[in-house]
Design a protein around this ligand. Structure first.
Ligand SMILES: [Zn+2]
Length: 283
């Protein structure tokens, strides 16, 4: 059912009909995924969250002309995205592979404090297990996380967190520069944030137009109904303006091509690591 039709029907039909529809849909999805797993046994792909192996992962995403035209990385329809056992996504497996790698000893210290915005399901489970009360997961919508948070106004003191994960969030925030400053403020000096966004490969300058307000037009221009921009290569300059030093970590810097293919990562997607310097650079 498309989104606009659903909104219209919600105003007309009683709520129990939607509950029934969702129950049917969930049962149908479970049956579909079970059949997919039976049809696609094998060991071509493996999931670094649940450890399962599969001949294929499930496809995900939606194709739109703007995504192809602007070559927006980590957007659009992709095959081999969702693990059919635990549901982990390609971009989530990439972050976990990075954190587990020899380049990061972060997971060994359960005293680390971590803030996770718009938490991805599998990462959230892992972080809860490892960091316990030192792990805060938050979202503007309280249904999606344990803590309600507006990242342009974070309710934590300066220099509080060792690390932040805030993936595929900034493209939703009108005042992204304020959000970036807030993320920088609550990080400890030498702390770091992973700040993935859908990034255009051929736009030098970020495209944003705040007069575009309808969901249909946002989908057409920005590639998703609730995005307010498409970031270009000046995304990194915006992060630097907030005080971060940026490092882009390549998949091939610590994974073999076989590992990349097995995890079915998004081709060429770097980890965007924003580090809070221990000193302030002169302007
Ligand atoms: Zn899995």
């Amino acid at each position: 059912m498309n989104r606009q039709l659903k909104e219209k029907l919600k105003g007309i039909l009683p709520e129990f009909l939607f509950d029934t529809y969702h129950s049917f849909r969930t049962a149908f999805s479970i049956a579909k995924v079970s059949l997919f797993r039976i049809k696609n046994t094998g060991d071509k792909h493996h999931c670094n969250f649940c450890g399962s192996k599969s001949g294929k992962f499930l496809p995900d995403g939606m194709d739109l002309p703007v995504i192809t035209e602007l070559q927006i990385m980590s957007a659009g329809r992709r095959s081999n995205v969702l693990c059919p056992t635990c549901g982990s996504k390609d971009r989530e497996r990439w972050i976990w592979a990075f954190l587990e790698s020899a380049k990061s000893d972060f997971l060994q210290n359960s005293n680390n404090t971590i803030l996770h915005i718009a938490p991805e399901v599998q990462l959230r489970k892992k972080f809860k297990e490892i960091f316990g009360k030192n792990y805060i997961n938050a979202d503007l919508n309280p249904k999606h996380a344990d803590v309600k948070m507006d990242i342009t106004k974070i309710q934590f003191p300066d220099n509080h967190f060792d690390a932040i994960l805030c993936n595929h969030v900034l493209e939703h925030i009108p005042n992204d520069q304020l959000a970036m400053s807030e993320l920088h403020r609550v990080l400890k000096p030498k702390g770091w944030a992973i700040l993935q966004v859908p990034l255009s490969q051929n736009l030098k300058t970020t495209f944003e137009d705040f007069s575009i307000k309808s969901e249909a037009e946002r989908e057409e221009k920005f590639g998703q109904f609730d995005h307010v921009r498409v970031y270009g290569s000046d995304y990194f300059k915006r992060l630097e303006n907030a005080g971060f030093k940026i490092e882009k970590v390549k998949q091939t810097s610590f994974l073999s091509n076989e590992q990349i293919q097995s995890l079915s990562l998004i081709e060429g997607e770097p980890i965007i690591l924003a580090i809070k310097l221990a000193i302030k650079l002169p302007d």
